[in-house]
Design a protein around this ligand. Structure first.
Ligand code: ADP
Length: 479
């Protein structure tokens, strides 16, 4: 494991130290795991310049060469999945088994886009003039930048690097300050398998604002891919306006999970638990507003409460743990504020509702609230924690209306059996993704992304590579 614990910036294939450093801690214990190099604007510029130089030869590699290198990187990740999972669990808190699952998921994007690298083709268009021919080719966008969040320290990075490299782009990644170690370990493996120097550069920093601005406003960076909060996404969008830098944004969600009266209640409760408590509820596709049809609300709530009570909370290194600690004190404070304000506005805490101090300051008890209404803060904000907030509705129309009553549009879920209803509701939901009778919607094959204030563009799938490609129209005359 220690050979994968890297602490410096990764630029042009070298580990670059800095005088100033910041601490990365284990959220379960508070222990300092590493003092990590702290990139500033100057180092950011150096990484951009290096990526520009590396682009010249990387884009000229054949699709096959790029694919084979990506596949080797994928294999290296899979061979090291246990060590990568343990490192991730230490810096992020999720149970080791879940972290290993994320490594497999993250690696699957590298495998998938290795395949996609060999399927970037073009078109010959119909003739409009017998002396002309028109062809459309696809070219790499150029130097890319990625800014990623702490909740998926591996997969959010591979989901951006893999399509960029497959398309022939080079990249500078600013990983999250709280969890940079997983990204540095990935860089080490990329270097070991022979991905050329300068193609991937990683610059951890405690100054996201300045480094992010340099990435977004550099005329050399032609594409920025960001996953994080809507607030920061809006700032980056404004900054990208300076040079019309292409932009992909995976932002916040406020996912509804609707349970209709024809649903299989037991199965719906199971899927809700899987969706809600993955990563301790700290995912942008977590079910946030649980909307249950009044006639089955009591039965559904009972099923959920008994399953929530059975969840095991503890440090990620312990066996059979379902939930680890939350990421930091701010996360705990936010969740506590949302739960207490819901309670004072009339909601009932059915189970949980407090910090599990016997385990540590960052462990929050899995919680179920009933009597939640649309006006409460907990319905309007992304909870990002292990809290099931149950609201009810009478008719199908009301359920859909409540579900769509948000500026966000990332993931949505519903449980129902009637086929006509399944089509009606799927079509009526204003979201980029809809899970029907399932809380699991993410896969490298599937386009991931949102509408409205949840973002721009799609990651993964056969569509994801387009975000890193430009079309070029070549018109040949005088034929
Ligand atoms: P979260 O609440 O999930 O941490 P953020 O949007 O704050 O979401 O963070 C996501 C990523 O954006 C992190 O890598 C963070 O360092 C970075 N970030 C935060 N503020 C800015 C900013 N002003 N400009 C660029 N990146 C930023």
């Amino acid at each position: 494991m220690s050979s994968l614990t890297k602490k410096d910036c990764f630029i042009e294939g070298h580990w670059v130290p800095t005088d100033k450093r910041f601490s990365v801690t284990n959220p379960a214990t508070g222990e300092v795991l590493a003092e990590v190099a702290d990139a500033d604007e100057e180092l950011t510029q150096r990484a951009i310049n290096v990526a520009e130089t590396a682009l010249k030869s990387w884009r000229k590699k054949t699709a096959r060469e790029r694919a084979l290198l990506l596949r080797k990187w994928y294999e290296a990740m899979m061979e090291n999945k246990q060590a990568l999972g343990e490192l991730m669990s230490a810096e992020q808190g999720k149970p080791v088994a879940e972290a290993v699952g994320e490594v497999e998921y993250g690696a699957s994007f590298v495998d998938w886009f290795a395949g996609e690298a060999e399927r970037i083709d073009g078109d010959i268009l119909p003739n409009t003039d017998s002396s002309k021919r028109v062809m459309v080719t696809k070219e790499p966008v150029g130097v890319c930048a990625a800014i990623t969040p702490w909740n998926f320290p591996n997969a959010m990075i591979t989901r951006k690097i893999a399509p960029a490299l497959a398309a022939g782009c080079t990249i500078v990644v600013k990983p999250p300050q709280l969890t940079p170690l997983s990204s540095l370990a990935l860089a080490q493996l990329a270097s070991e398998v022979g991905i050329p120097d300068g193609v991937i550069n990683i610059i951890p920093t405690s100054d996201a604002k300045s480094v992010g601005k340099r990435l977004a406003t550099s005329p050399t960076v032609r594409k920025l891919s960001f996953t994080g909060s809507t607030g920061v996404g809006k700032i980056l969008m404004q900054q990208c306006a300076e040079h019309i830098t292409k932009l992909s944004l995976e932002l916040g969600g406020n996912a509804p999970f609707i349970v209709f009266d024809d649903a299989d209640i037991e199965q719906a409760a199971e899927q809700l638990i899987a969706c809600k408590f993955r990563n301790g509820g700290q995912t942008c596709v977590s079910a946030n507003r649980i909307l249950v049809q009044q006639s089955i609300a009591e039965k559904f709530t009972d099923a959920v409460v008994s399953k929530v009570k059975a969840l095991k909370v503890g440090p990620g290194t312990e066996d059979n743990v379902d939930l680890g600690p939350l990421i930091d004190q701010d996360a705990v404070d936010k969740i506590q504020r949302l739960v207490l304000s819901a309670k004072s506005d009339g909601a009932t805490i059915e189970t949980g509702g407090s910090v599990m101090t016997e385990l540590g300051d960052l462990f929050y008890a899995p919680t179920v609230l009933t009597g939640v209404t649309e006006e409460m803060d907990i319905s309007e904000e992304e909870i990002f924690g292990p809290v099931v907030a149950i609201n009810t509705f009478e008719s199908e129309e009301e359920g859909i209306e409540k579900a769509n009553n948000t500026p966000f549009g990332l993931a949505s879920y519903f449980a129902a059996k009637d086929t006509a209803r399944i089509f009606r509701v799927s079509e009526a939901l204003e979201y980029g993704m809809v899970g029907v009778n399932t809380g699991g919607i993410s896969h490298a094959y599937n386009p991931f992304g949102g509408i409205k204030e949840s973002g721009l563009g799609r990651e993964g799938s056969k569509y994801g590579i387009d975000e890193y490609l430009e079309l070029k129209t070549v018109t040949l005359g005088g034929l």
